[in-house]
Every structure is written in C-alpha cells, then in structure tokens.
Design a protein around this ligand. Structure first.
Ligand SMILES: *Cc1c(COP(=O)(O)O)cnc(C)c1O
Length: 462
C-alpha cells in the first residue's frame, strides 16, 4: 500500500496543486480541509454502490432527491437529474428538447460565448448549431439577435448565467420571453453560476433573476463540482416540466437481459460522486456557502480593482460573477500566463474568437481572498516581465505552414516532431512554455485549431 501511494505521489509531482488558490481554473477549493475530507469519506463509502438500479440501492434515490431538491430550492423549483457534470446536464437538456420537438432538422440557437458542451451535445445528438454574436463591450447576447436567429427548426435557445469566458450574465428574462413567444424552450446554462450567484446575491451583489422562476425558462444546468465545491462528477439539470425530464431519460427493453432505464448517459456508475456532493452540501450548509460567497465577492471586487490599476491591462466587460477575464493592447497575454506559471500560479489563457481578443481568465473561489494581494502582485510582475520580453516570435512562415498542412498525412510521431520544433515536449512533465503554441493556435481558424487539438491529444497518449 505505501508503495502504491509513493508511486502516486511521484506520478503527481508535476501536477498543478488542487488546493491553495494558485490554480485559477479547474479546481475549487473552500480552504476548509474538513469539508473536503467529509466529501472524500462519503465518496469512499458510496464508491462501490452502482446507481444503475435504484431499486437495488435505495440510498441512491434518497441522496439524489436531497441533492436535487437543494438545487431546485435555490433555482426556482423544477424536476431534476443528478449527472456527472455540466456537459452531461447540457446533453440531457438538448436531448429532451430534441425529442419533444420532433423537428426533422433540429437546431439550437446560442451565443458565441456559450460553452462547447452545447456543440458537443449537438454533435452527438444530430442537432445543428446556430451561433449568435455578442456585444464586444458587454459580451452578452441581445434578445433581438436571438429572436432573429429562431427558425421553425429551432428546438432550444441558450443563455448563460454567467458565460464562462467573461463571467457576464446574458439577459435571461428578455431572451426567455422572445423564445416563449415563439414556443421555443430556453435553457439557462448556470453550470458555473447556479450554485454561485444565489450566494453572491445574499452577500450583497446585484444579481438579476436567472433561474426557473423567470417566465419562459424551461431548463437549467448547475454544476456542484464547481461552486458547490463537491468532488468532480457532480451536476444537476432541472426541468420546469416533469414531462421534459422524462424526455431526458432513456429506456430499453429490446434485449433479453435486465431492463434498462437510465436517467443519464452512463449506465453502470459509481454513487461516489453523488455521496461526495451530498456530503459537501451537508458539511458546508447555508452558512458555509454564504461565508464562501462573501469571501468570493470581496476577492472578485478587489481583483477587478487591482487588475484595473496594472498598467496595460483591461478587464473585459463588467463581470456579474466571480469569473474575470482581462486582455492587453500592450503586452502579450500568453507570455504573461507563462511568466505567472514560472512564479507558481496558473492563469488560464483564452484564444481570440468572434472579435473577442485573446485574454486571460481567473475563476475567483472561496480560497482566493486570502491570496488576492499575492495574486495581483504576481500578475503585475508577470506583466512587467512580458513587457521586457516582448511578444512571442513565431518562426517566419510557421503559421502559414500549419494552416496549409494536411494533418492526415502526419503520423503521431511526425506531429510530435513538429510540436518539438516550437518547444512543446509531448512526452510530458515540467512546466510547459505555452506562449508560442497559443500564438500559433490563436492565428488559426477554429476548425484548424480543433484538428490540431485532436492530434495533440492522440500524440500525448501514444
Ligand atoms: C464548466 C462549464 C460547463 C461544462 O461543465 P463540465 O462540468 O466541465 O462538463 C458548461 N457551461 C459552463 C458555463 C461552464 O462553466
């Protein structure tokens, strides 16, 4: 056993830390070890329980009803499903809308800032996507633009509360109203905000109505493995209409084995994540989440103010949440990200898209407040270093070469050699310098970026 654990710790040596607040994406730390331990303990307790058959394991039904009920109580009621994450919640919402509509060539209308999970759901479910631009000042969509994009094939429109890229809240009530007027379901993607905004509001932030209480909103997704601070594998999708929840289910009796009735994409799966989410909700409780909400709000305000004072940076839009993106006309933000990483902080780069410039993204969480001054000073130092270094220099003609390259002619080894030529070691480890890669990706159209990402992933697993 100690051998195994020693090896795990060796394998994790180059991982980013999951606690402490220096990683401003992917992980959500309360700063309260006892809460994470309670979750881990109950997760472990439920580890081998299979949610496949709720009649065999009634504990699953009891826990799920409690967790889904807690989310529904915060988000305007509804009938829910506990899922493995935001992507699955969104997949089920799109499936329900598709099956309810019966449109021959179904499509969904969404802002360019909506999460790729909708593109993935559409891809898996045979639905097409119509993207609507956002304002380049507020980064929100307008109800008029959404209305103009609705056609008889539209099975759903989407708004985000907030969107991930800039942390801004789309005009939920206005969009839901134009959708309802056309008889189209409206999904609110509150994956990141559903368990954040209610606490920010209680802590004093101005948060417009965004949930199932808004007329015209028909479904909403809310991840507990983000601002619920639960271990990964925890999200809830809520439907206003119980018949729509049934549309999300899948049943099959078309074989001679056990009867299959699934609420989610996966069939056999561990009840661990459900137990972890249940325990986290119990361990934190209303007071715990409110305290985290207060700390998150204060850290967000201080971070926004501090970023505004760093010469050369500007915050994009007016984030109505604790997700903050900043860009620069003076320094190369991808170099800033590399410089921050050298100083032990991970700040997430975002590529330019639909007129929105390349930028860096910070998710402020409960643990950020304690380190907000340190974070600001690392960003200031990184900006100064990026100013000295200047923008990344991509070898002449490389972008054009990559743009014209037919990747299907390269095997993974040749792709690895290409990556090595721009300083990326696909054999892993260490602290990669990503500015050159990000600059090249940023210069390419989305379809080419996607092709390269696929090759990148297959190469690191080769
Ligand atoms: C994280 C996120 C998702 C997808 O969630 P996963 O849990 O990563 O599948 C969808 N929408 C928004 C706004 C998100 O922030």
């Amino acid at each position: 056993m100690s051998d195994l654990l020693a090896e795990v710790s060796r394998l994790r040596a180059d991982d980013l830390p999951v606690r402490g607040g220096k990683v401003t994406a992917y992980v959500y730390d309360t700063g309260l070890p006892a809460v994470h331990e309670a979750a881990a303990r109950v997760y472990f307790e439920m580890l081998e329980t299979n949610t496949l058959d709720p009649t065999a394991f009634p504990s699953v039904v009891a826990m799920e009803k409690e967790v889904v009920g807690a989310v529904a109580a915060q988000l305007g009621g509804g009938h829910g499903i506990f899922t493995s994450g935001g992507t699955e919640s969104i997949m089920l919402a799109v499936k329900a809308a598709r099956d309810a509509s019966g449109a021959a060539e179904p499509s969904i209308v969404l802002p360019v800032t909506a999460h790729p999970a909708f593109h993935k759901a559409a891809h898996y479910l045979g639905v097409s996507v119509i993207q609507v631009p956002v304002s380049l000042e507020t980064f929100t969509v307008s109800a008029d633009d959404v209305a103009a994009a609705i056609t008889p094939s539209t099975i759903m429109v989407v708004v985000s509360a907030p969107s991930y890229p800039q942390g801004v809240i789309d005009p939920v009530a206005e969009v839901a109203a134009v959708a309802a007027a056309r008889g189209v379901p409206c999904h609110v993607d509150a994956c990141v905000g559903g368990w954040l905004l209610p606490w920010l509001r209680l802590a004093g932030a101005e948060v417009p109505p965004f949930d199932l209480s808004v007329p015209g909103v028909t479904s909403i997704s809310c991840d507990l493995h983000k601002f619920g601070y639960a271990p990964k594998g925890a999200s809830v999708v809520l439907f206003a209409d119980p018949a729509m929840r049934r549309r999300a289910y899948f049943a099959s009796a078309a074989w001679p084995g056990y009867t299959v009735i699934n609420a989610t994409v996966q069939s056999s799966k561990s009840a661990g994540p459900l137990g972890g989410a249940w325990a986290t909700l119990r361990a934190l409780g209303r007071d715990g989440y409110l305290a985290l909400g207060r700390a998150t709000l204060e850290a967000s305000v201080r971070l926004r103010e501090g970023l505004g004072k760093i010469h050369g940076l500007r915050v994009l839009g007016s984030p109505g949440s604790s997700l903050i993106a900043f860009a620069s006309d003076e320094v190369d933000v991808f170099v800033v990200a590399d410089e921050a990483r050298r100083r032990g902080w991970f700040i997430q780069p975002q590529l330019s898209y639909a007129g929105i410039p390349a930028n860096l993204h910070i998710t402020v969480t409960g643990v950020t407040l304690a380190g907000v001054d340190a974070m600001l000073s690392v960003i200031a130092d990184s900006v100064a270093a990026a100013r000295t270094r200047g923008p990344v220099v991509v070898p002449d003609g490389l972008v054009e070469l990559v743009a014209s390259l037919d990747l299907s002619t390269l095997d993974d080894e040749e792709f690895g050699a290409l990556a090595a030529s721009v300083g990326v070691d696909l054999t892993g480890g260490g602290q990669p310098e990503m500015a050159v890669v990000n600059t090249i990706l940023d210069a390419l159209p989305a379809a080419k970026r996607e092709e390269i990402l696929v090759r990148f992933l297959s190469s690191i697993y080769t």
